[in-house]
Design a protein around this ligand. Structure first.
Ligand code: ZN
Length: 353
C-alpha cells in the first residue's frame, strides 16, 4: 500500500492496538485536539489493561470516505469480549484529517452547544439538538447548584452525546456501556437515555466535583458512594428548581438493607473494582457514605476530602490506580474519623440497629 494513504495509516494504527503499542497508536491521534488526544491515550491504556485482565479486543478498518484532500471520515469496528460480561461488536465513525502526510483521528464529527456562564460544552451528532439542549440545561443547573452547595469551582466541562450505547462502548473501550465518566475526560452518554439525563448528570457531575476536590485521589467506593447519594437526593421540584433532600437517601438505605443486612468493610471495599457482580462499590459505598454523613455531617466529610487533595495527581483512570487511592483514602479516613476498622464496625452496627 502507498505511503500516506488513509488505508495504510489506519492499518498501522490498528496494528498498534494489537501490539499494545501506545506510542504508535498516539501518533495517529490529533494532538491539537487536547480533550480527544487525552481520551485516546486513556483508550489505549484501557485496551492494554483489559487485555491484561483476560479480555480480547480487536479493531478493524470498515471504510473511509474522503471529503477533501486533507479531510474525511473513517469507520472502525471494535470487537470486545470480557469474561463474565459477554461480547460485543461496535462501530464508531471518526473525522480524520491529514497532518504532515499522515492521516490522524480527530474525534467524532460532532456539533457543539455551549453554556457560557458555566463553561460547559455539549458535543452531539447532527439531528440530536433537542437532546443536546436538555443535557446542557440540566448540566448547567446542576453545576450551578453544586458550586453553591459544595464550594466547587469547576474548570471547563465537556459532555459527549452518542446516538447509541455501542458508540459509548467503542470510545471507552468497554463491552457494553450507556454512559461513562473519568477524571480529565468527557462525560459520555447515549441519547437513548435522554429521559434520565438529569439523574445521570447528578451522578456523573458528582464524580467530576469529587475528582477536582480530591485531586482525583478518592477510592472507587467513595466516588460511587457520594455519586449514588446525590443521584438519589438531588432532584428538580415542581417549579423546576434544583433541590436536595437527604430523606430520599434514607429511604434508599432501607431498601438496600432489606435485600441484604451486611455492609462491606473499608478494607474489603478497597479491593473491589467494576467487575464486582454485586456492584458493591455503589451499594456498600453508598451505605458507608450515608453513615458518615448521618453520624458526623457533611463538613467532616469535606475535611476528609481536603486531606485527599494534598496528595499528588496520578494521571490514570480510577481502576488503574486503585491500590494507591485506597492507601490514600484510608490515611485520610483515619486522620478524620479514626481507625478504618472501627469506622467499618461502627457503620455495620449503625445499620443493624
Ligand atoms: Zn459512578
Amino acid at each position: 500500500m502507498e505511503k500516506g494513504t488513509p488505508e495504510r495509516d489506519f492499518k498501522q494504527m490498528i496494528k498498534s492496538v494489537n501490539d499494545n503499542d501506545e506510542a504508535v497508536f498516539m501518533s495517529y491521534q490529533n494532538e491539537n485536539n487536547p480533550i480527544f488526544y487525552k481520551e485516546q491515550k486513556r483508550w489505549i491504556e484501557e485496551a492494554i489493561f483489559k487485555k491484561g485482565q483476560g479480555s480480547s479486543l480487536t479493531v478493524d478498518f470498515e471504510n473511509f470516505e474522503k471529503e477533501t484532500d486533507t479531510t474525511g471520515t473513517v469507520t472502525l469496528k471494535v470487537d470486545m469480549t470480557t469474561p463474565g460480561n459477554g461480547s460485543s461488536t461496535n462501530y464508531i465513525k471518526y473525522q480524520t484529517i491529514r497532518v504532515n502526510d499522515k492521516w490522524v483521528l480527530n474525534d467524532v464529527p460532532f456539533e457543539e452547544m455551549k453554556s457560557e456562564t458555566e463553561n460547559i460544552t455539549v458535543y452531539y451528532n447532527q439531528g440530536e439538538e433537542e437532546a443536546a439542549k436538555k443535557t446542557l440545561k440540566d448540566a448547567t443547573d446542576i453545576v450551578n447548584y453544586y458550586k453553591k452547595k459544595f464550594s466547587w469551582n469547576p474548570g471547563p466541562l465537556s459532555i459527549k452525546l452518542y446516538p447509541t450505547p455501542g458508540e459509548v462502548s467503542a470510545t471507552v473501550p468497554w463491552v457494553s456501556l450507556a454512559g461513562w465518566n473519568e477524571g480529565g475526560e468527557s462525560i459520555e452518554i447515549t441519547t437513548e437515555l435522554t429521559k434520565e439525563i438529569f439523574r445521570f448528570l447528578t451522578h456523573e457531575l458528582t464524580h467530576k466535583m469529587l475528582g477536582d476536590l480530591t485531586n482525583d485521589n478518592a477510592s472507587i467506593y467513595i466516588q460511587e458512594g457520594f455519586a449514588s447519594y446525590l443521584e438519589i437526593s438531588v432532584y428538580r421540584d415542581e417549579n423546576g428548581e434544583v433541590q436536595f433532600d437527604p430523606n430520599r437517601a434514607k429511604e434508599m438505605t432501607t431498601l438496600s438493607l432489606k435485600k441484604k443486612k451486611s455492609v462491606k468493610t473499608i478494607e474489603e471495599l478497597g479491593n473491589i473494582d467494576y467487575t464486582d457482580p454485586e456492584g458493591s462499590m455503589y451499594r456498600d459505598g453508598f451505605l458507608l457514605f450515608n453513615y458518615l454523613i448521618e453520624t458526623n455531617g457533611l463538613d467532616k466529610f469535606f475535611e476528609m476530602i481536603h486531606c485527599l487533595s494534598k496528595f499528588d495527581y496520578i494521571d490514570k483512570r480510577g481502576e488503574h490506580k486503585m491500590d494507591k487511592t485506597q492507601e490514600r483514602t484510608v490515611e485520610a479516613i483515619e486522620k478524620i474519623y479514626g481507625p478504618a476498622g472501627d469506622v467499618s464496625s461502627n457503620c455495620q452496627a449503625f445499620y443493624s440497629k
